[in-house]
Design a protein around this ligand. Structure first.
Ligand code: NAD
Ligand code: DAU
Length: 342
């Protein structure tokens, strides 16, 4: 099988590439990434010399570049992970989310349809359903109610992907996963942020009362879900992918502190994220029934091994925390009137 993976140097894309190539099943991968602040070649270092792996620095809005790459590589399957993926950044710079998530996806779809892949798998998010009151759960047919520039841009891209399926008979699947966690995640997202801060005795910023609920999915389980959808998903369909591990942010932060052996006095409540969704909750019944996939990583175990990875890779954290990161960090937390120095 010949796979194009976009956003391959990011957190989920690189986990998928590493997992696929380490199985050594004769899969060939063309990894595409424009290497924004979130794209990191170190994430692909473990497989950089694998047979069947090639990497190209390319922006998904570059139609000519994409056309040349698709013409040469002729993928069977496209796994589309490239995105501006962080909600807080989308609040600071909404147009960047639209540019990559909506426009970039449109260009990629256009090029893909000229090359007739067997499948175009769009990696999307449960955030498109918006906040769900307990005890409700969103199924794939729920109305979309995105609330942040990020989730609105992802909802826009989902609609475009489904429209290309319908209008141009491009075989598409949209997968909507819950919050991922695991190694190599950029420390702007909650788990890697609080883990890396806790390990350095820095404050852990908790937005508002911290009672917002997220459903945590280990990135390895997400990658297995992508495999299952490539093998057994129904083209033209949407599949929710949940972790079955709902938790409030404050409980999660306390667990991280326990694992790191650090005091709760590191917790610092800061003003809430504007438009903050209170609770995400989805039903993953469809992917379970149709493909047999189910999450397999126990959350406590997954969190412990994730903390361990960050403990053992201070150099990785140090390097991604230089440059743009510090400027973003200051802007994001200054925007909510918070000081994070101790
Ligand atoms: P990430 O921010 O870690 O990585 C995104 C990658 O896309 C980076 O390598 C970046 O360089 C690349 N990229 C950005 N703009 C690009 C462009 N214009 N052209 C080419 N490459 C570009 O994101 P992630 O957490 O790995 O998320 C991957 C996908 O999964 C996204 O579509 C996101 O919406 C979705 N998703 C993420 C989560 C999560 O919890 N992280 C959960 C559900 C769905
Ligand atoms: O639900 C899937 C989505 O999960 C993905 O589509 C997104 O790409 C991914 O970024 C993630 O979005 P969230 O906004 O849920 O993730 P984040 O890690 O930014 O925040 C998780 C929760 O923690 C959220 O309720 C906000 C809160 N939070 C976050 C940060 C960064 C804090 O309390 N403090 C923080 O400093």
């Amino acid at each position: 099988m010949r796979l194009v993976v976009t956003g391959a140097a990011g957190f989920i894309g690189s986990a998928f590439v590493r997992a696929t190539l380490s199985r050594g099943e004769g899969v060939e991968i063309l990894a595409l990434d424009s290497l924004t602040y979130a794209g990191n070649l170190e994430n692909l270092a473990p497989v950089a010399n694998s047979p069947g792996f090639e990497l190209e620095r390319l922006d998904i809005r570059d139609r000519e570049g994409l056309s040349r790459s698709f013409e040469r590589f002729r993928p069977d399957v496209v796994v589309h992970c490239a995105a501006e993926s962080h909600v807080d950044r989308s609040i600071l710079s909404p147009a960047d989310s639209v540019a990559t998530n909506v426009l970039g996806t449109a260009v990629l779809l256009d090029v893909a349809r000229d090359h007739h892949p067997r499948l175009f798998l769009h990696v999307s998010t449960d955030e498109v359903y918006g906040s769900i009151d307990a005890p409700g759960v969103a199924s794939e047919s729920a109305l979309l109610s995105p609330t942040s520039p990020y989730s609105a841009s992802k909802a826009g891209s989902d609609h475009l992907v489904l429209a290309y399926g319908r209008t141009f008979s491009l075989p598409v699947i949209v997968s909507r996963a819950t919050n991922n966690y695991g190694p190599y995640q950029f420390p702007e997202k909650l788990i890697p942020l609080v883990v890396s801060n806790a390990l350095c005795d820095l404050p852990l910023p908790v937005y508002g009362d911290g009672l917002q609920v997220r459903d945590w999915l280990h990135v390895d389980d997400h990658c297995r879900a992508i495999d299952a959808l490539i093998a057994r998903g129904q083209p033209g369909s949407i599949y929710n992918v949940g972790g079955d591990s709902p938790l409030s942010n404050i409980e999660l932060v306390r667990s991280v502190l326990r694992i790191c052996g650090k005091p709760e006095s590191l917790i610092q409540h800061v003003p809430d994220r504007p438009g903050h969704d209170r609770r995400y909750a989805i039903s993953s019944e469809r992917i379970r029934r149709e493909t047999g996939w189910a999450p397999s990583v126990d959350f406590d175990e997954g969190l412990r091994s994730t903390v361990e990875w960050y403990r053992r890779n201070p150099g990785w954290v140090e390097r991604v925390r230089s440059g743009d990161y510090l400027r973003y960090y200051e802007r994001n937390y200054a925007a909510r009137g918070a000081s994070l120095s101790r």
